[in-house]
Each structure stands twice: as structure tokens, then as C-alpha cells.
Design a protein around this ligand. Structure first.
Ligand code: FES
Length: 109
């Protein structure tokens, strides 16, 4: 099932939104080329990536960054390109835009 993240006009390019649903944590990143959804769980420790709410990107907004360890992840595919989990991947989640809102797919158990 898809869960509502936020209104499309609540998130600008280079911004992120996090959400939790039934014990699962997610975030989305809006870029010029589209919106990317991820599980908010680092592949090496299983913890969430952000320290400040909705802040998931590095300084130049080109990569997802772990606020604790500085690990960097590609926004296109979640691949860690630098840091303790290099070569591992964030889990991408399908995202859609419908009725003026951003929706992310939550896996039903
Ligand atoms: S928790 Fe894995 S890089 Fe920070």
C-alpha cells in the first residue's frame, strides 16, 4: 500500500521529508529529476540517518549523508560510495505523485 508523505508543494527541490508508519521509517528526496524514496535505515547499523529532522543531504545536496558517520549514498540508487558501509545500499522505495501529494510504498507484513 502507498502511504501519504506530504503535499507536493511542501517539498522543494533538494529537500527531504521523513515519515514513520507502523514501525517503519522512511524518507524521500526531491531532486530536479524526480522524487526518490528510501527506508531510513543505514545498511551497516540499521539506525536512522538524520540528526536534524528532514535533513538527509550533504552540503551541496548531491548525496544522502549519514549525520553520525558522514557516510555518503547516491540518491539515484542508494549505493554507499564512502563510509563504513561502502558498497552496501539503502533500500529504495517506490514513490508516486498523485492528487497533488507524494506517496511512498509501505510493505505490508
Ligand atoms: S549508521 Fe551507517 S554510516 Fe552512519
Amino acid at each position: 500500500m502507498f502511504i501519504k508523505v506530504c503535499a507536493l508543494d511542501e517539498i522543494a527541490n533538494d529537500e527531504c521529508r521523513s515519515l514513520s508508519f507502523k514501525g517503519a521509517d522512511y524518507f524521500v528526496v526531491r531532486k530536479e529529476q524526480g522524487i526518490f524514496g528510501f527506508e531510513n535505515r543505514c545498511p551497516h547499523l540499521g539506525t536512522s540517518l538524520e540528526f536534524v529532522p528532514n535533513q538527509f543531504l550533504n552540503i551541496d545536496k548531491s548525496l544522502v549523508q549519514c549525520s553520525m558517520h558522514g557516510a555518503l549514498f547516491s540518491i539515484d540508487d542508494g549505493l554507499c560510495i564512502s563510509g563504513p558501509c561502502e558498497g552496501q545500499q539503502l533500500t529504495l522505495k517506490p514513490v508516486k505523485i498523485e492528487a497533488g501529494h507524494v506517496w511512498l510504498e509501505h510493505q505490508n507484513d
